[in-house]
Design a protein around this ligand. Structure first.
Ligand code: AMP
Length: 276
């Protein structure tokens, strides 16, 4: 469906008092995505899933062209979940030739991913606001997997007084702890093995905190050791931060978030966990 038609359909549903949920995704759907969809289907009367690989949130040397895409399979999965509308626009439909308006993201976008992926969160904030305007939903579902992204969206919604509530859902993991991600298909069997180092390091951090270690310097040092031991050598960051501001902490609390970004081979992976 076209943007204007999707918008009209949703406005019609809204008019009769139904609660509308939106789940924004880039497709290549896995069970992590589907857990957000299930939350929406169970809590809302009408669920819209958007599938759009947003070109403006990719850097010039990132994986935009080879990002996994499988629209037919995605449609079949979403049908089984009882989704009411799938909105999968083309880039031209979202970004007209003269498109030139962008959202300047909130300050939580300035650290971590924002430093390593300049412009990424401007791209995210812009597409999320556009999708919220096309699909005027009551609730939007995001994953904790992209923790900083969820913080950017929550702060944007507050700062711009958007009439939508944001629900952040837990990270779904494979049996060995690896956070589900569309990008996991890039991993060779050997890399797939090494990739478990991220969740191992995060679990170790939570374990150390549980056992009484509060000094983030010590915890981070141990996390780095774990990553190295697992064969994850290209670490971009390992941090323990305040859950709201994402500022680094000297002393951890149960609410602190440990975050990792690292390359396994050519694949960039991120993961995070609350310490307490
Ligand atoms: P993406 O398609 O990667 O843009 O992700 C779409 C939404 O699904 C985002 O809100 C992600 O945080 C969420 N998501 C991705 N992976 C997971 C996961 N393993 N568990 C829960 N949510 C996830």
């Amino acid at each position: 469906v076209r943007a204007a038609d999707a918008q009209k359909a949703v406005i019609d549903v809204k008019r009769v008092g139904k609660k509308i949920g939106i789940v924004p995704t880039m497709g290549a759907l896995h069970d992590g995505h589907l857990s957000l969809v299930e939350a929406s289907v169970s809590e809302c009367d009408y669920t819209v899933v958007t599938i759009f690989v947003n070109p403006i949130q990719f850097g010039p040397h990132e994986d935009l062209t080879k990002y996994p895409r499988d629209l037919d399979k995605d449609h079949r999965s979403l049908e089984r979940c009882g989704v009411d509308l799938v909105f999968a626009p083309t880039p031209d439909e979202i970004y007209a030739p003269r498109h030139s308006t962008y959202v300047s993201p909130p300050s939580v976008a300035d650290r971590l991913e924002g430093v390593l992926r300049p412009g990424h969160f401007q791209g995210v904030a812009t597409i999320v606001l556009k999708l919220f305007n096309i699909i005027p939903a009551d609730v939007a579902y995001f994953g904790q997997k992209d923790y900083q992204q969820s913080r950017v969206v929550v702060d944007m919604v507050a700062d711009l007084n958007l009439p939508i509530s944001i629900q952040v859902c837990p990270t779904l993991r494979e049996h060995d702890g690896l956070a589900m991600s569309s990008r996991n298909v890039y991993l060779s069997p050997h890399e797939r093995q090494r990739a478990t180092g991220l969740s191992e390091a995060l679990n170790r951090a939570a374990g150390m905190f549980r056992d009484g270690e509060g000094r983030t310097r010590i915890i981070i040092e141990e996390m780095r050791k774990r990553l190295y031991a697992a064969g994850v050598r290209k670490i971009e960051y390992v941090e323990i931060v305040d859950p709201v501001t994402l500022e680094p902490l000297d002393e951890a609390t149960p609410f602190s978030i440990a975050l990792i970004a690292a390359y396994v081979g050519k694949t960039r992976l991120i993961d995070n966990m609350r310490l307490g």
